[in-house]
Write a protein that binds this ligand. Sequence first.
Ligand SMILES: O=CCCCC(=O)O
Length: 454
Amino acid sequence: MSIQTQNPATGEVIKTFEAHSDADVDAAIAASVAAFHEIRDWSFEKRAKAMHKTAEILEDEAESLGAIMTLEMGKTHQAAIAEVKKCALVCRYYADEAEGHLANEYVKTEASEAYRAYLPLGPVLAVMPWNYPLWQVFRFAAPALMAGNTGLLKHASNVPQCALAIEDIIKRAGFPEGAFRSLLIRGSKVERILRDDRVRAATLTGSEPAGASVASICGSEIKPTVLELGGSDAFIIMPSADLDAAVKVGVEARNQNNGQSCIAAKRFFIHADIYDEVKARFKQAVEALIVGDPMSRETDIGPLVNQDGLDEIVKQVDNAVKDGAQRVTGGHAISGQGYYFKPGILEDIPKSSKAYHEEIFGPVMLLFKVESLKEAVDITNESPFGLGSAIWTQDKAEQDYAIRYIEAGATFVNSKTSSDPRLPFGGIKRSGFGRELAAEGIRAFCNLKTVSIA
Ligand SMILES: O=CCCCC(=O)O
């Protein structure tokens, strides 16, 4: 796959980039090591100053950075601007909190002094996807740099301008030359980097096969990894729920980012007593979504990322319908220029259909009628994934049941799954392992050193 900017709204190739050679990559790793030797000795105050500056640049340039994202992967410009601002937030969070998260933790033993120390590891390779081209990178970069590590980025091949912009912002903010490098390389070149002794750890956000490949290479090299993979998150609605809010948030939760998010609500379990009413309201809300030019303020849903993304979702929906699912509304390609798709709703998806189990990466809601919360949770847990989940109910016992029994990295009650710098983020089962954000996210790439002084 070539490294290029192709506008999903038109299909036009805007710019093609020459891939970095092996020699370029080696030089970037050497620069990363040199920068590591420098910033690991910086005080937290000095790192925080550069991290706050990074946030300031992001805030000041949110509109233009957002436009690059929209151009390369099709999210609406409004959503892209919000994403840039969230990147600034994570930078400020770690600028302020890193020192506290990484402070020595003293333990009383027979020694005169004993404590846990959190020390940086060195260069970390981040393999990142195109769907949140800035956020997912800053979610890694802000804690990594504040811990004194350095970052090497292998971004998705369709967002090279985003990758280069990130490197440029971090450099302009005052971090050393090699502290964060974007490598314009194809996926086949990742293994060589992972096997390089100078690279100490890796993180990947993306597909299950890509995660399995990175983890198995890192396993053979005995290097730590954090994986944030796919999801097929449940969104459960019980009779006591505030239906106005549940429907509004449910539609947002599924269709955010043009439906292309690992933590989008994908399977909606609705109690039989309210099923018909909720279905009718979902239908009305989904039919009202405006699909169109992602640069327009009016647009709710822009194009899907590329022809493959569009073909895949069309195939998934058509196959589900062939298997016996009912199409409540939409769920088809929109003819004409660009990779546009009419948001849809399916119901009565048979268990034998692939759609019952697999992740659908686009704006299609799958509705399931359930007789009880237990049934909803049981079907939720049949999924190989375990990323986020949401339950809508006023009943405390039902809330507690969902929190205790849903197999997922997060359960949100009366809201949608979302990420927040202050809370750990990640999944279980085939959704990955390790956690990003919060204290766990910055400690993930630290050497937790036991210190004991006799
Ligand atoms: O595809 C993963 C989306 C994560 C979005 C977020 O962190 O908010």
